[in-house]
Design a protein around this ligand. Sequence first.
Ligand SMILES: [Zn+2]
Length: 154
Amino acid sequence: MKKQLLSSEPVGAIKSQTFRVYNLRTFFRREPGNLERCPSCGSGIISSEVEPSKKVATDMSDINAVPSHYFSRLYLCSACAWWGVRERWGLLVYEEECDYMIAGMAEQKDLAGKRESQPWRLVLENIDYLSALPLPRDWGDLFGSFRYLLNRPL
Ligand SMILES: [Zn+2]
């Protein structure tokens, strides 16, 4: 029998990876900065750039939409198995500004061998961001200021 989740929120599942997808443009008045603390345990976050998801790469190939990709960033908790990926991109022609975060918990087996199996990779290949949830309000405090969001020139 499948493990029941405590929350009634819809949860994505791609080949046994369970995760949630959040839309960061739902309640913040100003764009949140970098994620600084783990939503699961409050520990520090290690962030790095990752290749864009297939969805974002496809949007970027639509030159007529005047796309811009700001970043695709992987967040790993320094203490627990929580992982997240935030992607920020826009399509000027449709006046669409997208800012989404995928949040998941790695299985213990994924953590062995320095997370070599990288569960987010499979998710980034398949994510469509269509069923995104509003970000939980208490997550707002986990983000730093927008000033520090873009740590490299556009
Ligand atoms: Zn954690």
